[in-house]
Design a protein around this ligand. Structure first.
Ligand code: ASP
Length: 338
């Protein structure tokens, strides 16, 4: 390949903050500023820097990420790096993985420590992302790697990565799989290819994703949950505006027993996906009996989310609903996750 061309799309986030007069960090920097802060980048690649937005990632929308996917589809560059906030990176990156069908490296990166702090990690993460984008192993395996998150010299598959700590610099982890590569000195050391069969099933089913948002509620099950939110959704003629629900269930796919009838009614009213509140991980299918066990919930029509983290299950369900998939097609997409 001739000289690497990288398209940087900046959305905002801590990596793009600046201190105001009172020392409070505010959104401000654009893509040009982020690139200018790392002079070495010029030696590694030709960079096209585009500022898409200057918002915290807690304020990004599904539509925003669909627009970013459109930019990636249209780019003439050899790789795309999306910079954004860390708060929703595990969701936005996963959505890009579902939407982007280009065989070029697509990398999401961010910063945990803001630019006013000693040892801010934004510039190093951007530099690492560019090195990863140009690495021969990464480029050879682009299709098998999917969208990647590069944080603190680790490369993660976005389908597996989560933000596991609110403030630490090493906040990102892939608890079920570990990182797919590490950056050591200036080279990428491969550790393994991600398992992407389920993503491919989803991508095929999601051929025509329309533009209309389909809100999905995320209901997290805790000890002695009384089910008031489920009742409120069922009682509202418009289902409170929700078009689907993800239940972050206990253990291998359980809810408190008194919720069993409500869970069944919910599944009859809206596509309802179960994912593990433990942070993802394959669910059980036929181990426990009882009114609200995995066997009973499956019989009641709840859709099994497989190994997906509840946040990623919510992203996938929203995307399936946007694509107009019916319940059976949605169940097939989720079944591929094990
Ligand atoms: N609130 C910030 C954001 O997600 C946090 C960060 O970037 O680390 O935009």
């Amino acid at each position: 390949m001739s000289r690497l061309r990288v398209h940087v799309l900046a959305l905002g986030g801590t990596i793009a903050t600046r201190p105001d007069a009172g020392g409070v960090m505010q959104m401000g920097a654009g893509a040009d500023d982020l690139v200018a802060a790392v002079p070495l980048l010029k030696e590694l690649a030709d960079i096209e820097a585009e500022t898409v937005s200057r918002v915290g990632s807690h304020s990004l929308s599904f539509d925003d990420i669909h627009a970013v996917a459109g930019k990636i589809a249209a780019t003439a560059a050899d790789a795309v790096i999306v910079t954004q906030g860390t708060d929703t990176l595990e969701e936005t990156g996963f959505l890009l993985d579902l939407l982007v069908k280009r065989d070029i490296p697509v990398i999401v990166t961010a910063a945990m420590r803001n630019p006013a702090l000693t040892s801010a990690d934004g510039p190093g993460n951007l530099l690492a992302a560019v090195r990863v984008a140009g690495d021969p192993w990464i480029r050879r395996h682009t299709r098998s790697l999917g969208v990647m998150a590069v944080m603190l010299d680790e490369v993660h598959a976005v389908a597996d990565v989560i933000k596991a700590h609110p403030t630490r610099i090493d906040a990102f982890a892939s608890p079920q799989t570990g990182p797919i590569a590490a950056l050591v000195e200036d080279r990428v050391v491969p550790l393994g290819l991600p398992v992407r069969d389920a993503i491919e099933v989803a991508r095929q089913a999601l051929d025509k994703v329309s533009g209309e948002a389909r809100p999905v509620a995320l209901l997290w099950m805790g000890l002695d949950e009384p089910g008031g939110l489920i009742e409120a959704i069922l009682a509202a003629p418009d289902r409170l505006g929700y078009r689907g629900v993800v239940v972050a269930a206990m253990g291998g796919g359980h809810v408190p027993e008194r919720l069993a009838p409500l869970a069944g009614r919910l599944a009859a009213a809206l596509p309802t996906v179960v994912a593990a509140r433990a942070g993802g991980g394959p669910l059980l299918r036929h181990t426990y009996g009882g009114a609200s066990s995995e066997i009973a919930l499956l019989e009641a029509g709840l859709i099994w989310g497989g190994r997906l983290h509840p946040l990623k299950a919510r992203v996938l369900l929203e995307t399936c609903l946007r694509a107009g998939l019916d319940r059976a097609a949605i169940a097939r997409v989720f079944a591929a996750w094990g």
